[in-house]
Design a protein around this ligand. Structure first.
Ligand code: F0G
Length: 369
């Protein structure tokens, strides 16, 4: 059997590449769509988790980064830059390395997890900690790329959205049609934009607009599009509030963003799909984070649980009719930011029990004696 070839080769006829494109890939995509047994039982819906932590650098960013770095190489770039709450920097650093490019990343000082920081450093990126938040970092990265010969690989780069839209393709390819609802976390709002684009393209005949790409019209793959349900962290919910948040704050550092770059596209995705963008509190995020690991067997980082927190919230408020099919993207791996699993709900540390080096002590500790 041939192994999964990465999202560009798998979906080349729907991406901005041609036969001449030198593809930079680490085998991203092809992530599992896992049936969420406990969530399905609770809600009376058929719920699946799109487990994006299974990507090469542990988050969904790799789908966009394979495309962005491929485009950077095609454009003759020597260096790339991004602003990041952590996952984009890890992904950019890895794919830049695979392409032989230099990579600089701007991150908010003290507000990115050790796992993500270590990835950027391991892959040899130049990591600059900024005394400011993600929005400040992105502003500087954009200006840098305008004034200097460095290529911006944040999701304001359309190549990123193109790569990330493959998440929808995979969902439809596995389920045979689009789900009724697609839920996911919203930070800088690139991913909700990308998923919506992918679902729309799969629901209609498609001709690749890229000059030199495979010609011809492809038939529609799905019969419908889902309602897009996006969830922001309550302390960083500018789209919900209707205005930028100057000092966004949430324990879900990946989505600690006050002025999303793809704001308008996220509103369009919400309204065109008949969906919602709502807020979930840090408590609800952590509850969903624990639910995923303790009920479903899926370990994610806190921000990744925002979509699940949203579904739990909508179920409790009676706004989630049973009988629907629901896909929830869980965006990043739990090992990115494992500290939260080592805290009890009240914030106190988990203390693993110590036992003597003999069978009876172990049996006693396990309640077998
Ligand atoms: N989940 C995780 C784990 C993320 O890292 C991000 C974004 C999101 C959700 C939100 O996705 O921005 O497309 O709405 N992380 C970016 C970063 C900002 O720099 O890694 P979005």
């Amino acid at each position: 059997a041939q192994q999964w070839r990465g999202v560009i080769r798998e979906y080349a006829d729907r991406l901005p590449v041609t036969e001449k494109t030198k593809i930079i890939t680490l085998g991203e995509g092809g992530t599992p769509l896992v049936p969420a047994r406990a969530l399905s039982e609770l809600t009376g819906c058929t719920v699946y988790l799109k487990v994006e932590g299974m990507n090469p650098t542990g988050s969904f960013k790799d789908r966009g980064m394979t495309m962005a770095i491929t485009a950077a190489v095609e454009a003759g770039a020597k260096a790339v830059v991004c602003a990041s709450t952590g996952n984009t920097s890890a992904s950019a650093a890895a794919y830049a390395t695979a392409a032989g490019l230099n990579c600089a990343v701007l991150v908010p000082e003290g507000k990115i997890s050790m796992g993500k920081l270590s990835q950027a450093i391991a892959h040899g990126a130049t990591l600059l900690q900024v005394d400011g938040n993600f929005d400040n970092c992105l502003e500087v990265a954009r200006k840098l790329a305008e004034a200097y010969p460095v290529f911006l690989v944040n999701s304001v780069n359309p190549a990123r959205i193109e790569g990330q839209k493959t998440g929808s393709f995979e969902v439809v390819d596995v389920l045979g049609d689009a789900p009724d609802i697609h839920a996911l976390p919203v930070g800088n709002a690139g991913n909700i934009t990308a998923y919506w684009k992918g679902y729309q393209e799969y629901a209609a005949p498609y001709s690749n607009p890229t000059p030199g790409a495979d010609g011809g019209e492809l038939p529609a793959v799905s019969s419908k599009t889902p309602a897009m349900w996006g969830f922001q962290a309550a302390g960083a919910a500018p789209i919900v509030a209707g205005h930028p948040i100057d000092e966004p704050d949430t324990i879900a550092t990946a989505i600690r963003i006050g002025n999303p770059a793809s704001w308008e596209q996220a509103i369009a995705a919400r309204d065109e799909s008949g969906g919602v963008i709502e807020a979930v509190t840090d408590e609800q995020i952590l509850e969903a984070h624990r639910w995923l690991s303790s009920q479903e067997g899926v370990f994610v980082e806190p921000a990744s649980a925002a979509g699940v927190a949203g579904i739990l919230k909508k179920h409790r408020s009676g706004e989630l009719a049973s009988g629907q099919s629901i896909v929830i993207t869980v965006t990043g791996h739990g090992l990115k930011d494992p500290d939260w699993a080592l805290k009890l709900p009240d914030g106190s540390p988990v203390q693993p029990e110590k036992v003597e080096f003999d069978v009876v002590s172990v049996a006693r500790a396990l309640g077998l004696e």
